[in-house]
Design a protein around this ligand. Structure first.
Ligand code: C2E
Ligand code: MG
Ligand code: MG
Ligand code: MG
Length: 279
């Protein structure tokens, strides 16, 4: 009867909620120790130009906890942001990334590669962040012009004036900026003009349905035109199939990242071999 069903349903939600809370606190306490236990590692995913040359890579953080197993950044980054742990974790990512970049810059074959590092807006708002980036560049000897900081469009929209000011200070150090997951937020064009950006990154969701959904094609077309008129490079993420790659080339896209070209992997697996020249 209704009463029973109601009660069962209530119990069902309750235990689900409880499991969620438990999982969350297990993750929280694991995350708190992950840095000192050296459970983080960095994966690198290559980015290519349509002329076939490798442009560089994006750094993607990985966490392996012996009890929990591998934990996706989609799960632990929000937790790290809520708890403030993103500051020490982000500093570690930046340190390791700049070290890697400096290594590449000493290798004549890789000297022009850039490295894209994901930022949380929480890091950007940290009063010590500009100094952290300056010091890390200095300590590692990495040239700033090959360091790309990725910020997601949705993160920028809160407190945009503070974000613009901070990005300008970082821009003066010589680092570059890419606007990640572009198209999923609601950036006004006037803000886009004021942000010191170098690249727009077309969100993978538009690439995924590009061949089936005319509105996704229209959005990609628009982002490419926008990049053109604001003189920003445009890269497509989440390129998984040859057909998507060719369709993007036809639309005029020149930079690519995705499983088709290379999965995120330890740095040793990055190769300089040219891939799939465009049309
Ligand atoms: P993102 O920056 O948009 O990174 C792209 C995500 O798409 C990565 O997921 C990558 O593994 C995945 N991906 C790449 N190519 C393909 C493809 O062809 N198909 C599909 N379906 N997926 C693809 P990942 O590594 O799980 O990272 C998820 C998100 O976590 C990232 O999204 C980024 O926002 C965040 N993240 C990762 N590392 C860091 C970090 O060091 N700091 C911060 N703040 N966030 C990070
Ligand atoms: Mg990214
Ligand atoms: Mg992205
Ligand atoms: Mg994304």
């Amino acid at each position: 009867d209704a009463k029973n069903r109601g009660r069962n349903r209530y119990c069902f939600y309750d235990s689900k909620l409880q499991a969620k809370v438990l999982a969350r606190s297990a993750l929280q306490s694991g995350l708190r120790q992950a840095l000192s236990l050296q459970q983080f590692s960095l994966y690198f995913q290559p980015q290519y130009h349509s002329d076939g040359q490798m442009l560089g890579a994006e750094v993607l953080l990985r966490w392996f906890d012996p009890e929990l197993g591998p934990v996706s950044p989609v799960e632990f980054i929000p937790l790290a942001e809520d708890s403030g742990l993103i500051l020490p974790i982000g500093a570690w990512v930046l340190q390791q990334s700049c070290q890697q970049l400096a290594d590449w810059q000493r290798d004549p074959v890789k000297t022009h590669w850039h490295l894209a590092v994901n930022l949380s807006v929480r890091q950007l708002h940290d009063p010590d962040f500009v100094k952290l980036v300056r010091d890390t560049l200095q300590q590692t000897g990495a040239r700033p012009e090959n360091l790309v900081l990725e910020l997601t469009e949705t993160q920028l929209l809160e407190d945009i004036e503070a974000v613009i000011a901070k990005m300008q200070q970082l821009g003066e150090l010589g680092v570059r900026f890419s606007l990640d997951d572009f198209g999923t937020g609601y950036s006004s064009l006037s803000y886009l003009k004021r942000l010191p950006l170098n690249q727009l990154k077309i969100d993978g969701s538009f690439v995924r349905d590009l061949l089936d959904d005319p509105s996704d094609e229209a959005i990609i077309r628009t982002i490419l035109a926008l990049g053109n008129s604001l003189e920003l490079a445009v890269i497509a993420e989440g390129v998984e199939t040859e057909a998507q790659y060719q369709a993007l080339c036809k639309l005029g896209c020149q930079q690519f990242q995705g499983y088709l070209l290379g999965r995120p992997a330890p740095v040793e697996q990055l190769t300089v071999t040219p891939q799939r020249p465009g049309l």
